[in-house]
Design a protein around this ligand. Structure first.
Ligand code: SF4
Length: 367
């Protein structure tokens, strides 16, 4: 039985989106993760019947109940697709604010008018993170540089408006794709000059469209030194309070596994109320934990068999079972196990130890 609540509950209000990010983690329509594409595949996600506003308010009641029932701090993350496409977003935010729950809105900032921002602020919006590197205008790759420059300018101007109309904390998100690598300094500088409170520089996570398009979006491994040098330089110029996340190239290039933190960190509620243990899990039907129209959030968090198997490590097979870092890594990334190994509970097939174990070698991490 777990005593603490998740650190966050992410509400994906819709899969509809105004952008075309090649790395979007939402489940792709094709679902078969075919990756021999000749050019990046634009985002096309599954269609799903969205919960209406009253159903979301009932879920917020469940979150409030969970907040009272466990120790610790918890954030609600409002996201999508693009949450601004919900015309009832203000109603949902007002309700969360009245419940005195903390939340953060993740958005591309489009489409939004001055009037809409004012309404969002009136609804209690006080923390927002704008994606500064979405890929709406990248369809014509022949004028890529110009389009990226316009996109960066457009997004930092939108972020400035959220500040101007009274949102207390405005952050920026940079996903470091190949397309943005040579523009990193420019976007960080513009974000700083736009008076943003923080930025995050995140790697592409190879899930959803990011898996399908990995060949096009993940910077080449020979750019690794360039990435390190750029990040070090930017952190020394702008400070670590401003640049809050960074790209771990060991994870990016699969030298160490992404740990399975299902059941410890957060829960994702998809647009129809299905609950998943992580954002990558929304592409894995087997990882669905229940639906909040028929299951209670507390029941799922406390008693779900898959979550408890991951928490207790009872699912681990060799070489993970005897691995010195199993309490940190927990068998690696479930998405890799499912997509590459066709077994949700198998050891992460991209882990170097797992690869060597399959060949009969006994490489291990020194913990
Ligand atoms: S062997 Fe398993 S537990 Fe150890 S690092 Fe690899 S995936 Fe993680």
């Amino acid at each position: 039985m777990i005593n603490s609540k998740p650190f966050f509950i992410e509400l994906e209000l819709t899969y509809r989106c105004s952008q075309q990010c090649f790395y979007c983690h939402n489940p792709p329509k094709e679902g078969n993760f075919y990756i021999a594409n000749e050019k990046p595949k634009f985002r096309s996600t599954i269609e799903i019947k969205e919960l209406d506003v009253n159903e979301w308010l009932l879920i917020i009641d469940q979150i409030k109940n969970m907040d009272k029932s466990y120790e610790g701090a918890m954030d609600i993350v409002i996201t999508g697709g693009e949450a601004l496409l919900r015309t009832d977003l203000e109603e949902i935010l007002s309700y969360i604010s009245r419940q005195k729950l903390r939340y953060l809105l993740l958005t591309s900032g489009e489409p939004v008018s001055d009037n809409r921002i004012k309404k969002l602020v009136e609804s209690g919006l006080d923390r927002v993170r704008i994606n500064l590197t979405s890929h709406k205008h990248l369809s014509d790759l022949s004028v890529l540089d110009m389009n990226i420059k316009n996109e960066i300018l457009n997004k930092t101007n939108i972020a400035k408006k959220f500040k101007y109309f009274g949102v207390k904390l405005v952050g920026g998100n940079i996903v470091l794709t190949k397309y943005y690598l040579d523009h990193l300094e420019e976007v960080v500088d513009l974000a700083y000059k736009a008076n943003l409170d923080w930025i995050e520089i995140n790697p592409v996570i190879k899930v959803g469209h990011g898996y399908i398009n990995q060949k096009y979006v993940v910077p080449d491994s020979n750019d690794e030194k360039k990435i390190h040098d750029k990040l070090n330089r930017l952190r020394s110029i702008y400070g670590e309070d401003f640049i809050q996340n960074y790209v771990d190239t060991d994870i990016l290039y699969s030298r160490i596994p992404i740990p399975t933190n299902w059941g410890e960190i957060g829960l994702i509620v998809s647009p129809n109320g299905d609950v998943y243990p992580g954002s990558e899990a929304t592409s894995i039907p087997l990882a669905k934990l229940g639906n909040l129209k028929t299951h209670s959030l507390i029941e799922i968090w406390s008693n779900n068999r898959l979550l408890n198997a991951i928490r207790t490590l009872s699912f681990l097979k060799e070489p993970c079972k005897s691995c010195t870092v199993k309490n940190i890594c927990k068998g690696g990334f479930r998405f890799n196990a499912y997509i590459l190994g066709h077994d949700l509970l198998a050891p992460d097939p991209l882990c170097p130890i797992v690869k060597n174990y399959a060949k009969g070698d006994l490489l291990s991490y020194k913990g």
